[in-house]
Design a protein around this ligand. Structure first.
Ligand SMILES: C[S@@+](CC[C@H](N)C(=O)[O-])C[C@H]1O[C@@H](n2cnc3c(N)ncnc32)[C@H](O)[C@@H]1O
Length: 223
């Protein structure tokens, strides 16, 4: 279904992609395929993942697991359902520490459990366009396609843990290729075609070495 020019552009990439529809038992038997973390490392020179935070009783955090993140690089994305400020989010927000508020009041619910998870999956199914998915929902599973989609697990900075990443909001442009939307870990709560899709990325404030945990400032957003 894709135009020839688009097919050839992504041909090389597709040839090393992890097969997404294979049953779990066959995945590890595949030869000559790379895991998404491996592709991330080979492409950007680093990989990130969730692990127990270095802060006592802070739960999980996000670490650079391989390589070096250069200053200015996109180190992760904030996944979740995007709500306009007038849309209902009451039940999803009760006791939910994963809600990110953008400067203009747009909210992103990055909780990967409970009602938040159900809502994301529902919107993801609703917005399918034939064979094309309009967003990535694998961050809700253990088989993550986009390993950058862990930004909601980044912990807050403190006096002895300075922020090494900051948030950057942006709206996905109308010309964004439809076949790449399946890798965006965000989806709009309402199928209101007027509003562009909001995404939030985390950008390295300095070089970040392998083994370091990411810390942001929960109250600072770069617009
Ligand atoms: C967005 S979540 C971050 C992921 C969280 N650590 C987890 O495992 O679910 C925010 C929550 O993480 C914890 N947290 C974040 N930064 C912290 C810090 N500097 N010290 C202690 N707890 C922190 C708090 O419980 C906060 O409500």
């Amino acid at each position: 279904m894709l135009p020839e020019t688009v097919k050839s552009k992504y041909h090389d990439l597709l040839s090393v992609q992890h097969p997404r529809v294979k049953p779990l038992e066959y995945r590890h038997e595949q030869q000559n395929t790379f895991k998404p973390e491996e592709i991330l490392y080979k492409t950007l020179g680093f990989s990130v993942a969730r692990a127990t935070s270095s802060l006592i009783s802070a739960g999980k955090g996000v670490f650079v697991t391989r390589g070096l993140v250069p200053k200015g690089a996109v180190v992760s994305m904030y996944p979740g359902t995007v709500y306009q400020k007038y849309e209902p989010i009451f039940f999803q927000s009760v006791g939910n520490p994963f809600i990110f508020r953008c400067l203009d009041g747009v909210l992103i619910d990055g909780n990967d459990k409970g009602i938040s998870k159900v809502v994301y999956r529902s919107c993801n199914g609703r917005d399918r366009l034939g064979p094309f998915k309009m967003s990535d929902s694998t961050w809700l599973t253990s088989e993550i396609c986009n390993p950058l989609a862990v930004g909601q697990y980044v912990n807050n900075c403190s006096n002895d843990r300075a922020a090494n990443v900051c948030y950057q909001e942006f709206d996905v442009p109308a010309v964004f290729p439809i076949e790449l939307k399946q890798y965006l870990p965000n989806i709009a709560y309402s199928c209101d075609k007027q509003s562009p899709l909001r995404c939030v990325i985390l950008v390295a404030l300095r070089d970040i070495k392998q083994g370091e945990e990411l810390f942001s400032n929960y109250y600072t957003i770069v617009s």
